[in-house]
Design a protein around this ligand. Structure first.
Ligand code: NDP
Length: 524
């Protein structure tokens, strides 16, 4: 069933949501002992098939330091507690019963007459119970459905999309490329068809997701804690594998699939249980030498498609209640559908992201992918349903313009950089000015990347506004996303700037002098 279409280089134009917290700042803290050798993998032809093989080299002197980020173990524990609490808070504080007044009261905007008309402990009447076995089965069934489709549907096998640098693995550092099976868009299309057919024949009631929202959230949280713990414990198999690998001087191989050495993430290998559990000890967990990559799968498939299902569930519920669907509901559903389809269509782009190449698969990403994205990014649709929001035609037109502008900036800028990086002689980028660097990869100083260093973030943020504006201005709660995402992007820009300074040195400083604005031209 698997077709082996080879791609040249994964594009870097991803639009994927990432970890719930802003990415970490530059590594600092404890040093690790440099390892003895570096495994590089080069390409060779064997039986007519090109494959990766390891080459031992001397350890580079420039070995990486790594240590605590996110405030270390205490910070990791606090974030671990805060993330699920925030998800519950958004449900308890903003629903049909409380009318979202709690958030207003917290920032001091609550109207006098409405004070004390809510309680943090008030479970939304239409969303009971908080825990149900049925929802646990449903959540597990959803993950199982995605895994099954991922395994059965045809896929592209991307073999050269990413070059991963690991932390120490049994005393060795490793640079290698993995092969990935990418069929997220097909999983999405199959799920969409199944839902449409199921709904038509009355077998699937997407609207029931609204009533189950809270118990599904509980199931998601429990699953995230369990999966993270499993991944953490399983990561210790690395040492055994590496010991036997050292003796046999072999890489893992089975059924022609070579997943490369099992390696640990630089940041998640500090020895502190709480911290490593949070960041993720293993870089790219894979089991049974299959092409199933747990992290890439979770980054794109169950969370993103699950988010859309919740959105559609809220739209279905609105139709059942009102007999029609309101403009805001259509807008938010359409915009977010477009965003997810864009991410799934450009699936190989995920392989060059920091999430895949650098961060371990720990609670931060597990929770972010499987719980944070679907249960907080769907807040606008839920808000529109529960607050009966409607907007004028003029406002609708304005929001469509904001979304279209945001998407245009986002897609064009990401596309321009990707074309420049993959084929600088392409007619669409050949005329652009660039700065020659000692590192060898030039930096664009005209076109989109000449107006701001991360103008692609600006496009993404504009879209975030277009998702929130349909909710009207009665409450601040649905604007949670635009605030959270703004913080994430500013932090991400700072982090990328630090990394580019490390990569490019003085050339980056020159680039920053030429392109002065970070994200929003002439503003920031
Ligand atoms: P970017 O696509 O912004 O890539 C940054 C890299 O591009 C730099 O490290 C550098 O790498 C290269 N680069 C920087 N400046 C230039 C230049 N002038 N010319 C050429 N190359 C340059 O990184 P992200 O992965 O952070 O973002 C990708 C997209 O994903 C964005 O649109 C973002 O908004 C979106 N996103 C969405 C999230 C969500 O939750 N919805 C979360 C995170 C991101 P090098 O030089 O080594 O090639």
């Amino acid at each position: 069933m698997v077709s082996t279409r080879r791609t040249t280089k994964a594009p870097s134009s991803s639009s994927r949501p990432s970890s719930p917290s802003p990415p970490p700042a530059s590594p600092r803290g404890r040093k690790r002992t440099p390892s003895a050798s570096t495994i590089l993998r080069s390409r060779t032809k064997k039986n007519g098939e090109e494959e990766d093989i390891p080459i031992s080299t001397k350890e580079t002197k420039n070995h990486q330091k790594h240590g605590y980020e996110f405030g270390g173990p205490i910070g990791a524990i606090c974030i671990t507690i805060l993330l699920p609490l925030t998800c519950y808070f958004l449900v308890f504080a903003c629903n049909e019963t409380t009318g979202c007044d709690l958030i207003e009261s917290i920032i001091g905007l609550a109207k006098e007459k409405k004070k004390n008309s809510f309680s943090l402990l008030m479970i939304p009447e239409k969303m009971t119970p908080v825990f149900s076995l049925e929802s646990c089965v449903l959540f597990l069934g959803w993950i199982g459905w995605c895994v099954m489709l991922h395994a059965l549907l045809p896929a592209s096998i991307v073999k050269e999309g990413v070059d991963i640098t690991s932390g120490e693995s049994g005393g060795e550092k490793a640079r290698f490329r993995l092969r990935y099976k990418l069929n997220g868009f097909r999983v999405f299309m199959t799920t969409a068809v199944a839902c449409a057919v199921g709904t038509y024949f009355g077998q699937i009631q997407l609207r029931s997701l609204h009533a189950k929202f809270l118990s599904l959230l509980t199931a998601g949280c429990a699953f995230a804690f369990a999966l993270t713990t499993f991944l953490y414990v399983a990561s210790f198999r690395v040492n055994k594998n590496d010991k036997s690998k050292k003796k046999k001087k072999k890489t893992r191989k089975n059924d022609g699939i070579d997943n490369g050495p099992v390696v640990l993430a630089n940041g998640g290998n500090t020895g502190n249980v709480a911290y490593d559990w949070f960041i993720g000890r293993e870089l790219n967990p894979r089991f049974s030498n299959s092409l199933f990559d747990a992290k890439v799968f979770c980054e794109l498939t169950p969370g993103l498609i699950g988010w859309l299902l919740l959105n559609f569930g809220f739209m279905h519920e609105q139709y059942a209640r009102l007999g029609f669907i309101t403009k805001p509901m259509v807008l938010v559903n359409a915009f977010q559908l477009m965003y997810v389809v864009d991410a799934l269509w450009n699936e190989p782009a995920i392989l060059t992201t920091m999430d895949v190449t650098t961060d371990g698969f720990g609670f931060m990403l597990v929770f972010g992918d499987l719980v944070w994205v679907p249960f907080t990014y769907s807040l606008q649709c839920r808000y529109i349903l529960e607050n009966n929001v409607d907007i004028s035609l003029a406002m609708t037109a304005f929001i469509v313009i904001v979304q279209a502008t945001g998407y245009y900036v986002f897609r064009q800028s990401n596309g321009q950089k990707n074309t420049f990086r993959t084929n600088p002689n392409d007619p669409s980028v050949r005329h652009l000015k660039s700065l020659k660097t000692k590192r060898g990869t030039n930096l664009l100083i005209s076109g989109w990347w000449g107006v701001a260093r991360h103008v692609n973030y600006f496009g993404d943020w504009l879209m975030a506004w277009a998702w929130c504006l349909p909710c009207g201005f009665d409450h601040i709660a649905p604007y949670f996303y635009v605030v959270y995402f703004g913080v994430l992007l500013v932090h991400r820009d700072l982090r990328d700037g630090e990394q580019c300074e490390l990569k490019y040195g003085n050339d980056w400083k020159r680039y920053c002098e030429i392109v002065r604005f970070r994200i929003i031209p002439y503003v920031y």
